[in-house]
Design a protein around this ligand. Structure first.
Ligand code: GLU
Length: 525
């Protein structure tokens, strides 16, 4: 119902333009809170405003990143606001997951629903009074009007416009109602939405990336700002909040351009300064369609689960978005230093999984050994002995794409191998027997250096007997891992406890060499 919007005239004083050269509270303090005093001329305030209706999409994370970088580059404020006016689709668990993903990416905010701030509250459903007051302002000023048209009529209007090849827009029927009729119907309790009366003429959005963008007057009709159930629509709630939170720049995807045209009109109607707008391009999948689940992972959480590093994702999203010269592996400090809204790419960008994989690997290689070891060990089954985890982490660092691979890579070493069908080196029994004895005499766990020494001794022993490296190492590798290829042998030895190593050698020596001729080293030519 519109009752809230019909509060006494003057319930909310008009804000007027913001003076450029003096200190002013950042927030209107709609709930009686007084904002901190800052110099508006020098302070950038940006916001990321996710709707908690699903997980954090990679494309939205990119929008959040730009806003974060903009704030940090300018020494301004990064505000996190939750757009949850759509009660049916908004869920607390989505909000929690979005916040967790943003934090994981390292995009910390200065104000938000969990940390508070001078413009609290930061959830739209807790800011409804502000929307009602602003709606009153427009109604009283004749810039908005009640609309009684039932849903069926609006659906018909829309269908007719589309059938005639026109953009759907409201035909203004309720604008022509006599004031007395409006009062009578409202007094009778008839449901009414509140529509914004748009001024005639094209709308120019001064975009910081694209320059002036003209949105034809025909593209935007008198639109609903408060629905008949009293809930403010997206465009209206956003403008009221951006105004009340002192937002200076709005950076978001170019799918919002038509919304921005509406929002520019609303800022003007409310007598509020229009923020700087920047509409960045979208992220597409390799087939040119908007990036989605069917291109593989599209949610930040998917990559988190698969063990990608947040710094690699952030790096990749930045790499996609503006030119960095020849540099590709970049940390957050560098991105903050380099960020300029105006440099963001105008054309859509294509998500390249292989490039992200490459970058993730580069960031893995740049990690301090103990951090890499911890991240690798976290992905191994509980109970994996620490020496084994450390050796495996070292073994696979040079080939790892993401930590989600760790468990499978480790299993290939830690689990007893299938019987070695591919044991090709004929004179293997003597080598393996010698090696078994040496291993039995050494410590329960070897570190990679000690394992390396053991392999060196094995090679020296073989060399004295004229056994080539391949005939030494391949049988050992196959006996221990069941495969001809894999991580460097000293790491395999360091990953296996003495009993495991001996057991695997015994298995091979006892039976699985059957069919493979075994000879003594002396027979080797
Ligand atoms: N909740 C909107 C979205 O997720 C916010 C858009 C905006 O930045 O205004 O698309």
């Amino acid at each position: 119902m519109l009752s809230g919007a019909l509060a006494p005239p003057g319930a909310f004083a008009s804000r007027g333009s913001r003076p450029d050269d003096r200190l002013e509270p950042i927030c209107r303090g709609i709930h009686g809170l007084q904002g901190a005093t800052i110099n508006l001329e020098s302070r950038v305030r940006v916001r990321f405003a996710p709707s908690p209706t699903g997980t954090l999409h990679i494309g939205s994370a990119r929008t959040a990143l730009f806003n974060f970088l903009c704030a940090r580059h300018a020494g301004g404020d990064f505000v996190l606001r939750i757009d949850d006016t759509d009660a049916a689709r908004s869920q607390d668990r989505h909000e929690g997951a979005i916040l967790a993903d943003l934090r994981w990416l390292g995009l910390d905010w200065d104000e938000g629903p969990d940390v508070g701030g001078p413009c609290a509250p930061y959830r739209q459903r807790e800011r409804l009074d502000g929307y009602r007051a602003a709606a009153d302002e427009l109604l009283v000023g004749g810039l908005a009007y009640p609309c009684f048209c039932p849903q069926e009529r609006l659906v018909e209007l829309r269908a007719a416009a589309l059938a005639a090849g026109r953009a759907p827009r409201y035909d203004g029927r309720c604008l022509g109602l006599a004031p007395r009729e409006v009062e009578r119907r409202l007094a009778g309790g008839e449901a009414a939405a509140l529509r914004f009366r748009i001024p005639r003429g094209d709308i120019v959005v001064d975009d910081l990336i694209r320059g002036p963008v003209v949105v034809g007057a025909d593209a935007v009709g008198d639109f609903i700002i408060v629905r008949s159930d009293g809930v403010a629509g997206y465009n209206f709630a956003t403008v009221v909040d951006d105004r009340d939170m002192g937002i200076t720049h709005v950076i978001r995807g170019d799918d919002h351009l038509t919304n921005t045209a509406r929002q520019v009109l609303l800022f003007r109607a409310l007598g509020a300064p229009v923020p700087g707008f920047a509409h960045h391009s979208m992220v597409l999948g390799t087939d040119g369609a908007k990036l989605s689940k069917r291109h593989g992972a599209a949610a930040v959480g998917d990559y988190r689960e698969r063990g990608y590093l947040p710094q690699a994702i952030v790096n990749y999203l930045a790499l996609l978005s503006w030119s960095h010269g020849d540099d590709e592996v970049l940390g957050m400090d560098r991105l903050v230093a380099d960020f300029e809204i105006e440099r963001l790419s105008l054309s859509p960008v294509m998500f390249d999984q292989a490039k992200l994989d490459w970058l993730d690997h580069e960031h893995i290689m740049a990690l301090p050994a103990e951090v890499h070891e911890r991240l690798f060990a976290e992905r191994l089954p509980a109970g994996t002995p620490p020496p084994a985890a450390a050796a495996l982490a070292a073994a696979f660092q040079s080939s790892l794409v993401a930590y989600g691979q760790a468990a499978a890579l480790a299993a290939a070493v830690l689990q007893p191998p299938a019987l070695p069908a591919a044991l090709t080196a004929a004179p293997a029994a003597a080598q393996l027997t010698w090696f078994r004895e040496q291993r039995a005499a050494a410590a329960a766990w070897l570190d990679p250096a000690a394992a390396n020494d053991l392999i060196a001794a094995y090679r020296a022993w073989g060399k004295e007997r004229g056994i080539g490296a391949r005939d030494l190492l391949m049988p050992l590798r196959i006996a221990l891992t069941g495969a001809e290829h894999g991580p460097v042998l000293p790491y395999v030895l360091a990953a296996l406890e003495r009993g495991d190593t001996l057991g695997r050698l015994d298995d091979v020596l006892a039976g699985s060499l059957a069919g493979v001729p075994t000879t003594t080293p002396g027979d080797t030519p």
